[in-house]
Design a protein around this ligand. Structure first.
Ligand SMILES: Nc1ncnc2c1ncn2[C@@H]1O[C@H](COP(=O)(O)OP(=O)(O)OP(=O)(O)O)[C@@H](O)[C@H]1O
Ligand SMILES: O=C(O)c1ccc[n+]([C@@H]2O[C@H](COP(=O)([O-])O)[C@@H](O)[C@H]2O)c1
Length: 487
């Protein structure tokens, strides 16, 4: 089957497997309670708004709203148990997320699609989940400055009534349109037309069975290394990677989407690469969105998670992972290069600025401009941490899920569907959330890869050879995670 975009849809295969029946014709999930109480009037990246909205739990009077650098446990193999002995800030264990799927009775798993509909699904794997998380109190963590943009949409949320209504695609497209007047202000922007005018089509051949090798893809310009090393002058200037970003659409009736994965990627594995491919299949299948690019945004070294290699190495490993394996994935070093931890809402706002404000969005065939929709790609475990007290701020969750959007890759051992029903904010924004079923479970764990390296075991076929080589060349992960973070 070939879609109007020219892509061959995987639908027949999936249908033959008895999956994806939920896409088009399942009944809307209506009438359920939506967000109740505590919903701030406006959602902002500004710490002061968060404070007025309640701030992060545990923030004392006069404290900045989100003083916690949230770090979750690294996974099943906990090799950071002795971190309380570290000279670093002490990891304060927080209660395991209180959600227990059992009370949901029959546990009717629900699929959330771009159409905004939920439908019953075959039961997913039993809930196990990862151990509770342990945010580290970062004494000196300062609040990132509020990004100032002249053209960004106001950081306000639609009313609950608006949220409940299904937003037709054409309405969403209108929201994405960038006004001509604001564009005029941008003509002098840094982004040159040369940057946006590339003959290379990153997604050509996607979903038609062709290998997605990047032999023909343009290499990244400039050196992220110099930026991350803080080299002064032009050499060390930050450049947003655009070399694989599509700037025109194949099917303008769709919503152009850029996928952003935030995480540690210490190291990046085939699981992290597969996440994007799973998301791509789901998006192509939905017929609502068109993928314009995918980005890794490795977290900075200020995210005090055990096992975190220095940011420079993690960025380079992500670059190596995509360099010869993908035509549409890139690595943005901005977050990794920041002098302090940046919350995910701030990181997504940075992408919005690069793509839609400075970048000017996408040029349509009639000459108008349209915004890229930015969606966060995350695993089920990360999403379930939304429910862990003190890890995410509520206003941030409204920004991430409401203003942007989320693609959630189901994870073996976690029940995303049930969590979505249980979490008020997630449920409130469910129309902006796409849950992706893993048709082939992949649970490659970075924590275990690090452990294998330390134990001298093979990590081949768990991550690209280029990344393996890099790990050995730079003698990464030879020490226990605890000792590495203590340095
Ligand atoms: N098995 C998995 N299934 C689905 N998503 C996953 C899986 N493992 C990791 N992810 C997702 O990959 C993204 C990046 O993960 P990150 O590198 O921060 O942690 P991790 O892969 O769990 O590594 P670590 O073992 O170091 O904690 C997150 O969104 C996370 O939820
Ligand atoms: O923005 C937040 O408040 C926030 C809270 C918890 C985690 N995150 C992000 O989630 C990503 C993965 O976290 P982790 O602990 O699963 O490696 C990483 O990019 C963090 O910056 C972000």
């Amino acid at each position: 089957m070939t879609s109007s975009s020219g892509f061959k849809s995987p639908a027949p295969v999936l249908a033959a497997m008895g999956l994806h029946s939920f896409h088009n014709d399942s009944p809307p999930f209506a009438g359920a309670p939506t967000f109740e109480g505590q919903e701030p009037d406006a959602f902002s990246l500004d710490a002061r708004v968060m404070q007025s909205a309640g701030g992060a739990p545990g923030a004392g009077a006069g404290a900045i709203a989100v003083p916690v650098v949230p770090v979750r446990n690294p996974g099943a193999v906990d090799i950071s148990a002795s971190s309380s002995a570290s000279s670093q800030p002490v990891a304060m264990p927080i209660a395991q997320r209180g959600f227990n799927p059992q009370p949901l009775g029959q546990q009717l798993p629900v699929a959330v699609q771009a159409s905004g509909r939920l439908s019953l699904r075959e039961p997913s794997v039993p809930v196990g989940g990862r151990p509770g998380n342990a945010p580290l109190l970062e004494a000196g963590a300062s609040q990132p400055p509020t990004p100032v943009r002249d053209d960004s949409p106001p950081l306000t949320e639609p009313t609950s009534t608006e949220q409940e209504q299904e937003v037709p695609v054409h309405e969403q497209l209108r929201e994405l349109d960038i006004s001509q007047s604001s564009l005029a202000n941008r003509r002098e922007s840094k982004s040159s037309s040369k940057e946006r005018d590339t003959a290379f089509d990153a997604l050509n051949g996607l979903n038609d069975g062709e290998a997605d090798l990047d032999e023909s893809a343009p290499p990244a310009e400039g050196s992220t290394e110099a930026f991350l090393q803080g080299v002064q002058g032009e050499a060390g200037e930050y450049r947003f990677p655009r070399h694989r970003l599509r700037t025109t659409m194949k099917d303008e009736s769709k919503i152009p989407v850029v996928i952003v994965a935030c995480g540690s990627f210490s190291p990046p594995t085939y699981l992290h690469l597969r996440m994007f491919e799973m998301a791509k299949d789901e998006i192509v299948e939905s017929q609502t969105y068109e993928i314009m690019a995918g980005y890794y945004s490795p977290v900075s070294s200020y995210y005090k998670k055990s096992g975190l290699a220095p940011a420079l190495h993690r960025v380079r490993m992500c670059e190596l992972a995509v360099e010869h394996t993908s035509t549409w994935l890139m690595v943005d070093p901005w977050e990794a290069g920041q002098p302090e931890y940046k919350r995910t809402a701030i990181v997504l706002d940075h992408f919005d600025e690069m793509l839609n404000a400075n970048g000017g969005g996408i040029t349509m065939s009639d000459g108008k401009r349209r915004r890229y929709k930015i969606m966060l790609l995350a695993g089920g475990d990360l999403i379930e941490s939304f429910g862990e007290p003190g890890v995410w701020s509520e206003p941030d969750l409204h920004i991430i899920l409401g203003r942007f959007g989320c693609l959630i890759v189901e994870r073996a051992g976690s029940d995303v569907w049930a969590f979505l029903l249980s979490h008020d904010i997630l449920y409130h924004h469910r129309r902006n959330v796409i849950v992706i079923k893993q048709l082939i479970y992949n649970d490659i764990s970075s924590t275990k890869v690090r452990l294998f390296v330390r134990r001298g075991m093979s990590i081949k076929y768990l991550l690209p050879n280029s990344v393996i080589q890099y790990i050995y060349d730079h003698k990464l992960y030879r020490e226990s995670d605890f000792r590495a973070i203590a340095k």
